[in-house]
Design a protein around this ligand. Structure first.
Ligand SMILES: Nc1ncnc2c1ncn2[C@@H]1O[C@H](COP(=O)(O)OP(=O)(O)OP(=O)(O)O)[C@@H](O)[C@H]1O
Ligand SMILES: [Mg+2]
Length: 281
């Protein structure tokens, strides 16, 4: 089943006195339910614009987007409210999306309250604590304010906040790019577990091809506002058809996924040992 279907979207930005920028030219992208789909492309290729159109923050000039069979631009009030919960996004820099006057607990719990996902405050608190643990933060962090966390910890609050409302689609726009490898590995494992256990669908936007190859079952390659190639990751990485994909792959050596996973685990173990943390296999 296709959960998200981007159908021939075009989008250009017009600013007064300047030539329009064609950010998206006829983008088609299908995101199957219960899978992690990668969206790869160099800076300026249109990744964030695609996401902004999916979120309804930009209106396509042409084409449309369907989520679970419903056109996003044609959604009524009740459907829009549902979409706001079902599609969550985590950006590279979460600072702007975290209100500095709210504690981590309030930030994570906000959506639970707005969408009435728990019957009372006590049940809400239990869920918030669970989410803190899930993203590798401490239960005691619940009363701390965003500015007292590191960048990577703030990113984990943003991820917990997105997961709190039980989305069906999680969009990560370079969400782990700024994290160090051990935290990155932890978050990537979390995404894989959520896909396996809860059937979460993920659209994973990244420039790190090794991470995409390891994580994503499918991948779409965006260049200059076009999807130049789309398919199963294994096939695209092993035998790229588009010249652009070949150039991308030639520019960086990408280890096989099992090798990359083993290395990530080694790094995690090395980091965990001095702290005597437990690393699940
Ligand atoms: N608000 C805007 N006004 C004018 N041009 C814009 C605007 N937002 C994006 N663009 C242009 O649209 C094109 C696509 O930008 P977009 O942000 O989607 O790229 P991206 O693939 O997300 O890049 P990055 O990897 O750097 O985040 C770029 O040429 C960019 O300069
Ligand atoms: Mg971007």
């Amino acid at each position: 089943m296709i959960l998200l279907d981007v159908r021939g979207v075009r989008k250009s930005y017009r600013s007064f006195g300047q030539a329009p920028v064609n950010a998206l030219n006829d983008v088609y992208l299908r995101v199957p339910a219960g899978e992690i789909t990668g969206l790869v492309g160099e800076s300026g290729s249109g990744k964030s614009t695609t996401i902004r159109c999916i979120l309804g923050l930009e209106k396509p000039d042409d084409g449309w987007i369907e989520f679970d069979g419903i056109r996003i631009d044609g959604a009524g009030k009740e459907q829009r409210r549902r979409l706001q919960r079902e599609i969550q996004v985590v950006f590279q820099d979460p600072t702007g999306s975290l209100n500095p006057r709210m504690t981590a607990g309030e930030l994570i719990g906000e959506g639970i309250r707005v969408h009435r996902l728990r019957p009372n405050r006590a049940a809400e608190r239990v869920r918030v604590l669970e989410l803190l643990r899930l993203v590798g933060l401490d239960e005691r962090d619940i009363d701390r304010y965003p500015r007292s966390f590191s960048g990577g910890q703030r990113q984990r609050i943003a991820i917990a906040r997105a997961l709190a409302v039980e989305p069906r689609l999680l969009i990560c726009d370079e969400a782990v790019s700024a994290l160090d490898v051990s935290v990155q590995a932890q978050i990537l494992n979390l995404l894989q577990d959520m896909r396996d256990d809860l059937g979460l669908t993920v659209l994973f936007v990244a420039h790190d091809l090794a991470v995409v190859r390891q994580l994503c079952s499918r991948v779409a390659i965006l260049s200059d506002g076009h999807i130049v190639e789309e398919g199963l990751s294994g096939e695209v990485f092993a035998d790229p058809r588009a010249e652009y994909t070949r150039q991308l792959l030639a520019a960086v050596p990408i280890p096989d996924p099992p090798v990359a996973r083993a290395r990530a685990r080694e790094r995690l173990l090395a980091l965990a040992q001095p702290l005597s943390l437990e690393v699940s296999s």
